[in-house]
Design a binder for this molecule. Structure first.
Ligand SMILES: Nc1nc2c(c(=O)[nH]1)N[C@H]1C(S)=C(S)[C@@H](COP(=O)(O)O)O[C@H]1N2
Ligand SMILES: [Mo]
Length: 402
């Protein structure tokens, strides 16, 4: 039996934190509550969103586990975890975001297909592992190459989980060789998450982490890495996770007309309030996250309490002692910013957040303009309603006030 296997059933799933909001049970898809998500810059592993397309794979014998690296290279190799750990270890703080984050809100405008997610299908972790560019050097591919002598131009990551969408085959995805071999792109083969051995839900023993790119390309439970000519032809690259215009629907979709989505656009959401919430004061603190893909830092997050007519700039809540440098050289350029704003709100307020990234990209105002049939990349302004608790006068309702 292979050392890494994808079971057919869901009877061997790991334990999960009881506070996770479950969006689908089998495969397991869950996100943390809003307030919990923004209570720390680094998302604790048990609260980190979990996005799966099949049962969680099992490692029967870690000493026998090998990841193969082959394809359009001279000779393929098989690396044990000991081999991977021998390479220089890097840590990268990166926010992993599912392209389906905030899908539920898009579906409210017009129905889309896919797992429903609130605003917490993302998390920020310190990933530890070997750089993909160092691993590729072991098969003779030098840094910053965009093609191999054999015509390889993409790097495919293949897992062992059995996905319905792949007719029971494994999950797979690819990234361009140029990105894979670029040290500055900081693509990792990660075996640690927040300083601990990465757990089963998040890809034990080894996963790809592609910073700044939609989560779908960060393949978990790596079985093989293949250098290929064209981008991966798997379902999740070719028939999913593509951004179509609002006019395209299931009756007129032509999948090959679009490229697989890679970088994610600028995003933000308010996490201290639910969609329709009650507040007990006219002075509240609004907290949330802002993040952008492609290594673009966050320049600003703006908050409105009047539905977007006027705006305040929110302040940053960074991890203590580390100043946030938008577009800086530190690996925090892949990470989110948590923001706060102390605002005075009317009795019935529509509170809105929008972020601006280092390239001055801004979130779109209206979800309708970015509606797409798969409900990906809902980055429209995030709006919540906050209503004041109805005041009870002292003479009021006849029961004591506590
Ligand atoms: N093997 C495998 N890798 C995968 C997936 C999967 O279902 N199988 N889901 C992808 C998607 S869509 C996302 S958003 C991220 C989620 O990573 P997480 O569960 O560690 O948060 O993993 C990606 N890698
Ligand atoms: Mo995803």
């Amino acid at each position: 039996m292979a050392a890494l296997v994808g079971p057919r059933e869901y009877s061997l799933e790991p334990q999960r934190h009881p506070s996770l909001r479950i969006n689908a049970k089998e495969p397991f898809n869950a996100e943390p509550p809003r307030a919990a998500l923004v209570s720390s810059y680094i998302t604790p592993v048990d609260l980190f969103f979990k996005r799966n397309h099949g049962p969680i794979p099992i490692v029967s014998d870690i000493d026998r586990y090998r990841v193969s690296v082959g394809g359009l290279v001279g000779k393929s190799i098989h690396l044990s975890m000991a081999d991977i750990r021998k390479l220089p270890k890097y840590t990268v703080t990166a926010t992993l975001q599912c392209a389906g984050n905030r899908r539920t809100a898009m579906s409210k405008r017009r129905k889309v297909r896919g797992v429903g997610w609130d605003v917490c299908a993302l998390g920020n972790a310190i990933w530890g592992g070997a750089r993909l560019c160092d691993v590729l050097e072991l098969v003779g591919i030098s840094k910053n190459s965009s093609a191999t002598v054999n015509g390889g131009k993409h790097v495919e990551f293949i897992s062992v989980d059995m996905c319905v969408e792949e007719n029971g085959g494994p999950y797979k995805a690819s990234i361009p060789l140029r990105q894979a071999t670029n040290p500055d792109a900081e693509v990792l083969l990660a075996y640690e998450m927040n300083g601990e051995v990465i757990n089963r839900d998040h890809g034990y023993p080894l996963r790809a982490v592609v910073p700044g790119v939609i989560g779908a390309r960060s393949v978990k439970w790596l079985d093989s890495i293949k250098i290929i000519k064209e981008e991966c032809q798997g379902f999740f690259m070719q028939k999913d996770y593509k951004m179509f215009p609002p006019i395209v629907d299931w009756h007129n979709i032509i999948w090959p007309t679009r490229k697989p989505q890679m970088d994610f656009p600028v995003q933000s959401a308010i996490c201290s309030l639910n969609d329709d919430d009650v507040v007990d004061s006219n002075k509240i603190t609004v907290t949330g996250y802002a993040v952008s893909g492609g290594g673009r830092g966050i320049e600003r997050a703006d908050i409105s309490v009047d539905g977007g007519k006027t705006w305040f700039e929110a302040r940053r809540q960074q991890k203590p002692g580390v100043p946030y440098v938008a577009d800086g050289v530190s690996s925090d350029r892949w990470a989110w910013v948590l923001f706060s704003a102390d605002v005075e709100v009317p009795a019935d307020a529509e509170i809105v957040a929008k972020a601006v990234d280092s390239a001055a990209n801004v979130q779109p105002e209206d979800v309708g303009t970015i509606w797409n049939l798969r409900g990906i990349l809902n980055t429209s302004w995030h709006r919540v309603r906050a209503r004041r608790t109805p005041r009870r006068s002292a003479a009021g309702l006849g029961h004591p006030r506590l």
